[in-house]
Design a protein around this ligand. Structure first.
Ligand code: SF4
Length: 370
């Protein structure tokens, strides 16, 4: 077994307890729901989280949630299909040990372990645990966060957000629209197992669905979370499939806002791809903001169309199939049109209506400081 922590005393105690038959070890799959897992591991001294594939990052999120939400302080071990490149992230989300399926990589694991600088378990080590370290930082101080991120590149902001500020508690919100590949490509370089939340409204262009799958595969994103509207609510509220026409705000609430609200509880922070050059409410977009008590990180806030195009070119990223047809911002098919020559990026959305946002970013409730 390869150890991730230098807390031999605590581990010995757990091991001795287990060997003496006095401790319960529970194995749970990485894809388990954390609330159900929290019930299952109650009273256990050791929990093994099994990774079916190193490409499936759900075990990381589960570990972080068991530590921070369920308060599990026993021994946490990652088992299964893992690679040494994942050691740092395993440590950061709270694992103590790892038992990979593949033998013969001990030297690689040892090298990976040497990069660690924090301990995790508050009960088993005197050093500052990662999540306490994070809590001690002024993460709720938006002005301080924005000041710290000012001058950093989008990649640097993302890396700090994912690896330091909101470890295991951050997801990307992506529409897989016209500019989405830029931020997703950055995420894929930093942590391809970062959860990517995708709202499948049931009204998306077929091209968007195809692009989502092809781009995810090309970038190696391993943790796509597709959210759909509640079918009973949809049947009741949109029985004629015309809610978008009768009441687009209600349609967005049914198909976007409420599905996101139901899933958002797992995260403290969401990354978005919004940019100031999109116009409207977004012209005042800060890099970090708080909406309904949850952080939004907008690493591309200051980017313009030129920078976006240059990034696509530099990394030879595939465009959304509708981009070449004049769609500069791509949402649901009933509410998206190509942009006219003099129109701004989002002028094709909800054309002929006052509506400019779907509501998932709730601009009216934004509390931000830069
Ligand atoms: Fe409904 Fe249009 Fe909103 Fe999509 S964008 S959820 S179709 S109103």
């Amino acid at each position: 077994m390869l150890q991730l922590e230098r807390n031999p005393k605590a581990r010995k105690l757990v091991d001795a307890q287990v060997e003496a038959g006095g401790g319960r070890i529970v194995e749970i799959p990485g894809e388990a729901d954390w609330r159900e897992a929290a019930d299952e591991i109650r009273g256990a001294v050791q929990v093994d989280i099994r990774f079916a594939s190193f490409k499936d990052g759900r075990g990381f999120s589960l570990a972080a949630l068991l530590r921070e939400r369920a308060g599990f302080t026993g021994k946490l071990r990652a088992v299964g299909d893992l690679i040494p490149d994942q050691a740092l992230h395993l440590k950061r989300v709270g694992f103590d040990d790892v038992a990979p399926d593949t033998d013969g990589l001990e030297a690689d694991w040892a090298r990976a372990r040497a990069r660690f600088s924090h301990a995790y378990q508050p009960a088993q080590d005197k050093r500052t645990p990662v999540f306490r370290h994070r809590q001690a930082k002024p993460q709720d101080n938006l002005a301080a966060l924005n000041a710290r991120y000012r001058g950093l590149s989008a990649e640097e902001i993302l890396r700090d957000a994912i690896e330091n500020e909101w470890v295991g508690k951050i997801a990307v919100l992506s529409s897989f629209g016209a500019e989405a590949a830029v931020g997703l490509h950055m995420i894929a370089q930093i942590a391809p197992d970062t959860p990517v939340v995708f709202l499948d409204t049931g009204r998306l262009f077929a091209q968007t669905e195809q692009y989502q799958q092809a781009l995810s595969e090309q970038l190696g994103l391993t943790n796509i979370r597709v959210l759909t509207p509640d079918s009973a609510e949809a049947a009741e509220e949109d029985h004629d499939d015309r809610l978008w026409q009768r009441d687009p705000d209600a349609c967005c609430a049914l198909r976007k806002v409420r599905p996101l609200d139901r899933a958002i509880g797992d995260y403290d922070a969401l990354i978005t791809g919004r940019k100031r050059f999109h116009g409207g409410e977004r012209m005042a977009l800060p890099v970090v903001e708080r909406i309904d008590g949850r952080i939004r990180v907008n690493p591309l806030a200051s980017w313009d169309a030129e920078a976006v195009n240059a990034y696509f070119k530099r990394f030879d990223l595939p465009r959304h199939p509708l981009s070449d047809m004049g769609y500069a911002s791509i949402g649901c098919w009933p509410c998206t049109a190509p942009v006219q020559d003099d129109g701004d990026v989002r002028s094709g959305r909800w054309q002929g209506r006052d509506k400019t946002e779907c509501g998932i970013h709730a601009p009216a409730q934004r509390i931000a400081a830069e």
